[in-house]
Design a binder for this molecule. Structure first.
Ligand SMILES: Cc1cc2nc3c(=O)[nH]c(=O)nc-3n(C[C@H](O)[C@H](O)[C@H](O)COP(=O)(O)OP(=O)(O)OC[C@H]3O[C@@H](n4cnc5c(N)ncnc54)[C@H](O)[C@@H]3O)c2cc1C
Length: 390
């Protein structure tokens, strides 16, 4: 390979895990690899939450500790330090989503502002991030996108949500901390895109400060990207995108099937892969005037991105390029990329255990449903255990 990138080195991949934590990770991936256990576990968890049963004692020492940095920003210090020792940066991800109360949105806004302050003090935190439904009601966004008229109260709630987005981005710009905005279901995303486009146009004049997220499993995203790039040139700002494949595949298809419209996601995995790699190539080909975060656990996509970086003689640690993975997943990619000199970040989710549950369920389901992901993690962990035994 031109970029000379290999992910097989498990000594590098697991160098910050002692034998005990490696074995724990092995059992965890074995468990989440079972579709039956994950389905049953997710159902039981939802039920326990509904009945307000305590679940922390079960989740905290297992999935929570594996996939999350802690319950508070300060709890994440250990993880920030552990990753930072190997040149891996942290993106603190307050995992609130699907809230519907103004007070909850305000609380989330303050948390995100705190993560920006933390990033401003800590060089191992290069970005802040937020999820739109942590700051705005899902049903409100859905209603706006569907074109239904809003009541006065809803208009007011929408204006407040917009000003929360604005307030966070202004704070990020003030503290020189770029902000990434996650993407969610397609039936609220147009509204979010509209707001983020305005924010990019305001804050990305001199440097990439606001990143939108493109889910490349959507078949309209390549043309959206091309349009965005043209518009940003006309309006003279940096287009900046985090590229992901997308986490809501089954939900998107289910809704489209139920409501009788064409599914917004590609019909095959190969088409999603192709679109993802094309989007990476588009942004890398003009990287002096754009920015990209290649957010994936896919080895082939990382190798392809590294090849383009190599072919165009772009510095591996170019400030407009980063790779990102989720904490607890694909360490073999993060650690090997970082060891090869690329900018690498881990999303480090944090929050009270109960708040983080939807995120944890998604991770467990993803590890079960995504063909090959768990078996790949297990294969590498087993390989490293074997290597250490000699
Ligand atoms: C740092 C980071 C940030 C993220 N932020 C977001 C975010 O803001 N929004 C979001 O939605 N997700 C986000 N994700 C999650 C991301 O979308 C999932 O990790 C992703 O779904 C897995 O894709 P992959 O590239 O890692 O892996 P892969 O394992 O290579 O790909 C699996 C993905 O391919 C797609 N796929 C699989 N089968 C098919 C099929 N039959 N047809 C079409 N497509 C298919 C799906 O998207 C599936 O999840 C983020 C991930 C990371 C690492």
């Amino acid at each position: 390979m031109k970029g000379m990138l290999v992910f097989e080195n498990t000594e590098i991949a697991f160098k910050d895990r002692d034998n005990k934590s490696l074995k724990k990770a092995y059992w965890l991936f074995k468990m989440v690899g079972s579709p039956f256990l994950v389905k049953a576990g997710a159902l039981l968890l939802k039920l326990a939450l509904f009945l307000r049963l305590p679940v922390e004692w079960l989740l905290k020492p297992t999935v929570f500790n594996h996939f999350c940095g802690g319950e508070t920003i300060d709890d994440c210090d250990e993880t920030i330090h552990r990753l930072g020792k190997y040149g891996i940066m942290t993106i603190l991800d307050y995992s609130a989503e699907g809230k519907e109360e103004e007070a909850e949105f305000e609380y989330t806004r303050r948390q995100i502002m705190d993560t920006i302050d933390k990033a401003a003090r800590e060089k191992r935190i290069p970005y802040a991030v937020f999820k739109p439904t942590g700051l705005a009601g899902f049903y409100l966004l859905e209603k706006v996108q569907s074109g239904q008229p809003l009541s006065d109260r809803e208009e007011e709630a929408l204006a407040k949500a917009r000003s929360r987005f604005e307030c966070i981005c202004a704070h990020g710009a003030d503290r020189n901390v770029p902000v990434m905005i996650d993407s969610e279901e397609s039936w609220i995303q147009d509204v979010v895109d509209g707001v983020v486009e305005d924010l990019m146009a305001s804050y990305n004049k001199d440097r990439p400060m606001i990143y939108n997220t493109l889910q490349m499993y959507r078949h309209d995203r390549l043309s959206y990207l091309e349009r965005s790039v043209v518009q940003s040139r006309q309006k003279r700002f940096f287009p900046a995108f985090k590229l992901v494949r997308g986490a809501y595949l089954e939900k998107e298809r289910r809704r489209a099937g139920k409501m009788g419209y064409q599914s917004p996601v590609y019909s095959t995995r190969a088409l999603t892969d192709k679109a993802f790699d094309e989007a990476v190539a588009i942004l890398l080909s003009q990287i002096e005037d754009a920015a990209v975060c290649v957010a994936t656990h896919n080895e082939i996509s990382c190798v392809k991105a590294a090849d383009i970086i190599h072919t165009h003689s772009i510095p591996k640690n170019h400030p407009h390029i980063s790779f990102a993975q989720l904490l607890g997943m694909s360490d073999h990619i993060s650690y090997n990329l970082s060891s090869a000199g690329y900018n690498v970040c881990k999303y480090v989710p944090y929050g009270p255990v109960k708040t983080v549950i939807p995120y944890l369920i998604r991770r467990a389901e993803e590890n079960t449903s995504v063909a090959g992901q768990t078996s790949r993690e297990l294969f590498l962990i087993k390989k490293e255990i074997g290597r250490r035994r000699g």
